[in-house]
Design a protein around this ligand. Structure first.
Ligand SMILES: [Zn+2]
Length: 57
C-alpha cells in the first residue's frame, strides 16, 4: 500500500444525524460538506460530534 496510514483525508466516518436518524458512512470531504451545508437528507445543522471516525483498510 502506498497510502499514508492515518491520513485524515482517507478516514471514513459514521455520521449519525440527530434529527432524521440516518447513519451513513461518509468520507472526509462529505463530512466537511455536511458541516458546512447540513445533513444531506434533512438539511439540519450538524456538528463534528455527530461524526465518529471508523477504521478501515
Ligand atoms: Zn438528517
Amino acid at each position: 500500500m502506498t497510502g499514508i496510514p492515518g491520513s485524515a483525508a482517507d478516514l471514513i466516518y459514521r455520521f449519525t444525524c440527530p434529527v432524521c436518524g440516518s447513519s451513513p458512512l461518509v468520507d472526509g470531504s462529505v463530512r466537511e460538506d455536511m458541516l458546512n451545508r447540513g445533513c444531506y437528507l434533512c438539511d439540519s445543522t450538524v456538528s463534528e460530534a455527530d461524526f465518529e471516525a471508523v477504521r478501515h483498510d
